[in-house]
Design a protein around this ligand. Structure first.
Ligand SMILES: [Zn+2]
Ligand SMILES: [Zn+2]
Length: 794
């Protein structure tokens, strides 16, 4: 097929032509302009266009140039572009001259569903904003094809300015020119705008009255003065104050009724983070990536010259930090303020404010002033939260910057993936995110949060409507948590009753296990070590420290933590000292000895002892749970670290922080661990802790030894499961694995014993990830025709 073509310059060269089918994140992210520029640079002739969720390129040129063209496409990682695969077919060369960029071919079908995630402002746009000669000088909505909001401004498909909140801002002539110029960075960038035609900022007081046109100067003045500002961002409102101003931080805590829960910081830039924090190259990459998450990182001593870490994140070694990701953010900083508190703009426990009107109502009494703008946020998306453990990035909250990017999932064997049913998985009740699938692609929603209240369910219903519409996806299967009290499960069952839809209840801890399997494409049986707060188990009891064995379809429980009563049920979550009472009584098996310890440890709770004891000795019935989270709570209070929780997980998190200091402890004798008749017993651990308390062993040492005991419990459980099943693959899932000390040491030990170990990275190990597991389990059960709870029971 090679042939000689006469070119205008009369030279004869061997020409080749290929048709390239490019898959990945290649639409709405400036991929076609990139190809256009690359073709010009490389002297390639042909054209490029979008079709059916992929990009098609025809390229013609000498063999070496074509190959380097394809190589450069393959290696491209600019911004959000991710090339997954290039399929090439050879064609006859045509002698075509020039390279052309064609409009997207609209196929009129529902397959062109690429909406990219929101992207942090890029260095080029920041430079434009600082350049006095630029049209974008000091313009806080500057964006280009490599950056800017996407998901949060889009309300319809295809991804096009008409279907975003930018529709309110028709181009001026200059913007129109840049939009139409293939060699311009803003070619076909749907969100571009300039001071002439784009959104504008306004600074108002709590009555909505305009404060001043000179908003930048006033914002600096207010922040310096210790005021709290509500700032409209990309996915919702933030509350902002000077992190170095103790009074302001204190005031924000009081007004938000948030006495101790950590606040996130925004640093002026990555230079400030490098100056005041210890970060690894992996952490630097995460902080400066287009996703711009809040990253938990270790501050250096010098941070104390700037902020008081104890008021920002009491009892916690690491701080959650991000860098400016909206072009508006850099304007909040002035010379003396390298760090701001930037926390969700919501009333405690409720979704973040999205519209200007919502903010003025919801945040009244919390914010002193409101920095608004007139570009509508179509759907809310909180900041994502992540940490790096053992050089791997783990998402603790997956939201802005990541959604709605697809996650490839393992599907059951079928002849044609298009015949796979589409699944809606409704998720859990805390930290909710829902999931929709199409073929082998899963789409997790933004973080919706707590859905145990009316406001939360309102936000949930809106999110489901928004995402199912954007993806043009009506489910054939529904997966839900069989917990009898979940509103989201009612929502799922309600959908089932409306159509020809099959429903699959997926147990909470099985969903955790499958979420991790799905991420890593594991389909053979695994051992799942699932540690979390509590979830509804197959026997109707509360589970939360389970060693399971199974696959995407079904599971068996091999080992569990010995079930412990929860005095006051849910109340025990807020009062960790009650869990200490449980640990003591279960270990000492004696009322008097338990009371003596309680007297000594919690004298201020004395009036409640008799009520708690009555639930322990069975006088008053109490629910039981085998919960990892509650074990952490009880030990946290026993060691005096946290006796009352002011936010979810506080006692466990603070114990985790104390246990992080392990230098010089490797040889220390550990607390004994025993498994008997499928139950991991706690008495060896608790007796060891009591002995160390009597001997005034340092708190950090006891906390570290506790972590090692939990590690031993997990490892012993995994070994037992391996003996019974012959399985060597372990997945670690459940919110307790957000604890970096436990994760690091457990993984190391399991790997040392020949296990292949996996944990959640792309979706949270906590309840924010379970919808993925629910969805994948439903798909596999559909194929195996296992239609209810499980094969063995139900
Ligand atoms: Zn940009
Ligand atoms: Zn303009």
């Amino acid at each position: 097929m090679d042939r000689l073509v006469n070119r205008e310059d009369s030279q004869t060269i061997d020409l080749y032509r290929y048709r390239l089918f490019v898959k990945g994140i290649v639409q709405g992210v400036g991929f076609r302009p990139f190809i256009y520029r690359l073709a010009h640079e490389q002297g390639i002739h042909g054209y490029v266009f979008n079709q059916l969720g992929e990009v098609i390129i025809e390229g013609e040129g000498p063999k070496n140039k074509l190959e380097s063209f394809i190589n450069l496409i393959q290696r491209e990682k600019k911004g959000p572009i991710k090339v997954e695969s290039i399929h090439k077919t050879p064609l006859e060369p045509t002698g075509e001259q020039g390279f052309f960029l064609y409009e997207s071919k609209s196929d009129g079908q529902a397959r062109n569903f690429a909406i990219p995630p929101d992207m942090a402002v890029c260095p080029d746009c920041l430079e434009d904003m600082e350049n006095k000669e630029s049209r974008y000088y000091q313009y806080p909505f500057t964006s280009c094809t490599n950056c800017g909001p996407r998901y949060t401004v889009t309300h319809n498909l295809p991804y096009d300015r008409h279907y975003t909140s930018m529709v309110d801002f028709p181009f001026c002539e200059e913007c129109g020119k840049e939009y139409g110029d293939p060699l311009n960075r803003r070619f076909h960038a749907q969100t571009i705008a300039c001071p002439q035609c784009g959104p504008k900022v306004s600074l108002v007081d709590e009555t909505g009255g305009k404060v001043s046109e000179d908003w930048v100067i006033m914002v600096h003045h207010f922040l310096r003065d210790g005021k709290i500002l509500a700032v409209k961002g990309i996915g919702g409102f933030h509350l902002v104050c000077d992190a170095g101003n103790q009074d302001a931080v204190h005031k924000l805590r009081q007004r938000k009724h948030r006495p101790r829960k950590p606040f996130a910081l925004m640093a002026k830039g990555i230079e400030e983070i490098e100056q005041y924090f210890h970060i690894t190259p992996r952490e630097r990459d995460a902080l400066t990536g287009t996703e711009a998450p809040i990253l938990l990182i270790q501050p250096g001593e010098s941070i104390k010259n700037r902020v008081n870490p104890e008021t920002i994140a009491p009892g916690i070694n690491r701080l959650g930090v991000m860098i400016p990701y909206a072009p508006l953010h850099p304007f909040l900083f002035h010379e003396d303020v390298p760090f701001l508190i930037v926390t969700s703009g919501n009333k405690s426990g409720q979704p973040i404010a999205r519209t200007n009107e919502e903010a003025l109502v919801d945040l009244q009494g919390i914010a002193d002033y409101f920095l608004l703008h007139d570009r509508e946020i179509m759907i809310r998306a909180d900041d994502s939260v992540a940490q790096v453990v053992d050089e791997k990035l783990h998402l603790i909250r997956r939201s802005r910057g990541y959604v709605p990017e697809e996650i490839l999932i393992p599907t059951p064997p079928v002849d044609d993936k298009e015949t796979l049913p589409r699944v809606f998985a409704s998720g859990g009740e805390m930290k909710n995110a829902l999931c929709l699938t199409r073929e082998n692609r899963a789409y997790m929603s933004h973080h919706i949060g707590e859905v145990d209240c009316v406001e939360g369910m309102g936000s949930y219903t809106q999110a489901y409507g928004h995402i199912s519409h954007l993806l043009q996806l009506q489910p054939d299967l529904i997966a839900y948590d069989p917990h009898p009290g979940y509103y989201v499960s009612d929502f799922a069952r309600e959908l089932v009753s409306q159509g020809e839809i099959q429903a699959f209840p997926v147990y909470h801890h099985h969903a955790h296990m499958v979420s991790c399997m799905a991420e890593h494409h594991l389909t053979d049986p695994v051992i799942g070590c699932i540690l979390d707060g509590t979830g509804y188990g197959r026997d109707g009891q509360l589970w939360g420290f389970e060693i399971l064995a199974g696959d995407c379809v079904d599971f068996e429980r091999m080992v569990q933590l010995q079930p412990l009563p929860l005095p006051g049920g849910e109340a025990s979550i807020r009062h960790p000292w009650m869990m200490t009472a449980v640990l003591l009584y279960e270990t000492l098996q004696e009322k008097e000895a338990t009371l003596q310890w309680l007297d000594r440890l919690f004298p201020s709770q004395k009036d409640k002892f008799s009520l708690v004891m009555a639930q322990l000795d069975g006088t008053i019935p109490a629910v039981k749970a085998s919960s990892g989270g509650r074990l952490f709570d009880g030990v946290s209070a026993l060691l005096g670290i946290c006796t009352e929780s002011s936010y979810e997980g506080e006692a466990a998190i603070l114990l985790g922080e104390k246990g992080a200091h392990c230098s010089g402890l490797e040889g220390v004798e550990l607390y004994p661990v025993q498994i008997k008749e499928g139950e991991t017993l706690i008495h060896g651990l608790v007796k060891g802790l009591l002995r160390d308390l009597e001997n005034s062993i340092p708190l950090e040492t006891m906390a570290w030894k506790f972590h090692m005991a939990v590690r031993e419990m997990v490892v012993a459980g995994a070994q037992l499961a391996r003996e019974k099943t012959g399985i060597h693959t372990v997945v670690l899932s459940g919110g307790v694995w957000n604890n970096p000390t436990l994760l690091h040491h457990t993984r190391k030990k399991l790997e040392g014993q020949g296990f292949a170990v996996y944990t959640n990275e792309k979706v949270p190990a906590g309840d924010g990830g379970i919808a993925l597991g629910q969805a994948v389990s439903a798909l596999w059960r559909w194929q195996k025709d296992v239609s209810i709870g499980s094969r063995t029971s139900d």
